[in-house]
Design a protein around this ligand. Structure first.
Ligand code: GTR
Length: 446
């Protein structure tokens, strides 16, 4: 069956239009105008580009203060935080690190497939194509796959939304998911293959616990490579945005997730107050940024997100800013390149990104054998943002904020900020999902 749903975008919760106005007023001096050859993710300065004005980036080995406005005034109330400090930080992290999140786009949502007995009868699969009506017809659509449990407690259903890296059919061995082979995936053996990451996404486990699961393939919005002619970038870049602050790959992936949220919030069976985002590693960086930018996300799980995610950049003794920019020049915007080797000059740190999730739920899941994602520096991030949750009247951390077993997730033993560190490597497992679902059961709004 095919049905066509017109999407009315709820702009109430988005600060994007305001940010675009701020952007015009505050573009940094070092930004070049956008030219045809500008490479978003590269640091190649054009011969005419002015030198970086380092006076604008004073050195600070200490973490920049969160509860102080740029004009030096203290942040004293929830209103100071939500109305003044939060927008300042959102502006800063976009301009200097991720690039500006493009404004939302209207789309039509077409249900291209409905399978009422997917996953051996446990779930209804809906495949939904999001086609952007104000972009040229050749602009790619986002293909959202959504599994809704057929058995669940009465009432609206909470949902986990994820970003997958080789197509929706890769997420489960269930034969009903449509296989697409027309998008980029660096892991060639997974292209067109069913269930390559089934043990990772554990869809049945999520469904059995009464949660829906939704996912889209990141290459719908941007392939994971330093090329800028694919996906939606050519249609979403703007001449109004300086080249160095154009949205880079992570911002484009996040934008796609937020368009999926637009759709999930309209799904009659789903609970718009219980939309959770989960991403692994580079996609963990992505979900953290998405949740920082959009208050509709109730719970974010940046799983093993590391540098550019939950791990602090200053004195990072694992993956440095220089290294991440060199090896993955397309993840962050051009402005971020100047901070490689100059970390004390970053006018924020990753605690600023995480702080933007307040007062919502931030569950940082880590593996203690993951020697690259820097879980100790991620725990420091949680500790550094705790005063923001407290200011907003929340519990924040309980104790140090660290637990090492899923059985510790009990009433009174965890707060809105938590690191769950399991004896694992750089991967997602059933046990992690058990912890994540236990936490969601306990902490999401009723
Ligand atoms: C690594 C990268 C990390 C992390 C990881 C991943 O090579 O250095 O920042 O994102 O890839 O995404 O698996």
């Amino acid at each position: 069956m095919k049905d066509l749903v017109s999407i009315k975008l709820d702009l109430k919760n988005t600060i994007v239009p305001m940010l675009w106005l701020c952007l015009l007023a505050t573009a940094v001096e070092s930004a070049e105008p956008l030219s045809k050859n500008s490479q978003v993710g590269t640091s190649e300065a054009s011969p005419k580009a002015p030198a970086i004005n380092w006076d604008a980036y004073p050195e600070s080995t200490a973490l920049p203060e969160l509860l102080k406005l740029q004009n030096g005034s203290p942040v004293k109330s929830p209103e100071d935080w939500m109305k003044r400090r939060r927008p300042e930080l959102q502006e800063l992290i976009q301009r200097e690190m991720f690039g500006y999140l493009p404004a939302p786009q209207p789309f039509t949502a077409t249900v291209t497939k409905t399978v009422p007995d997917a996953l051996a009868g446990k779930a209804t699969l809906k495949e939904i194509s999001l086609k952007f009506t104000q972009l040229p017809p050749e602009a790619p659509e986002i293909r959202l796959a959504l599994w809704i449990p057929n058995r669940h407690p009465a009432g609206k259903i909470p949902v986990f939304l994820t970003l997958n890296y080789c197509g929706n059919a890769n997420v489960t061995t269930d034969p009903h998911t449509t296989i697409h082979t027309d998008r980029f995936c660096s892991k060639k053996e997974w292209i067109g293959q069913r269930g390559g990451q089934a043990d990772f996404w554990c869809v049945e486990q999520v469904i059995d616990r009464g949660y829906a699961l939704a996912t889209y393939h990141e290459s719908d919005t941007k392939a994971d490579k330093n090329e800028w002619n694919d996906g939606l970038f050519p249609y979403l870049k703007s001449d109004q945005v300086p080249a160095g602050s154009q949205p880079a790959t992570i911002a484009l992936w996040a934008w796609g997730l937020l368009r999926c949220v637009d759709q999930l919030a309209q799904e009659p069976q789903l609970d718009p107050r219980r939309i959770c985002l989960l991403g692994h590693s580079r996609r963990g960086k992505t979900v953290l940024f998405a949740a920082a930018m959009d208050e509709r996300i109730a719970l974010v799980v940046p799983h093993q997100s590391g540098t550019g995610g939950m791990a602090l950049s200053r004195e990072n003794n694992q993956e440095t800013v220089e290294r991440i920019n060199r090896v993955f020049p397309h993840w962050f915007c051009g402005e971020f390149k100047k901070f490689g080797g100059n970390e004390p000059r970053i006018p924020f740190d990753q605690h600023a990104v995480a702080s933007l999730v307040a007062p919502r739920l931030l569950l940082d899941t880590e593996g203690d054998q993951d020697a690259w994602a820097n879980f100790p520096r991620s725990l420091e991030t949680l500790q550094a943002v705790n005063p923001v949750w407290k200011l907003l009247g929340k519990t924040g951390l309980v104790g140090s904020g660290l637990i090492t077993s899923v059985t510790e997730i009990q009433p009174g033993k965890v707060g809105e900020l938590l690191q769950l560190r399991l004896p694992e490597k750089h991967t997602l497992t059933k046990e992690f999902w058990t912890g994540i679902l236990n936490y969601a059961d306990l902490m999401l709004p009723e």
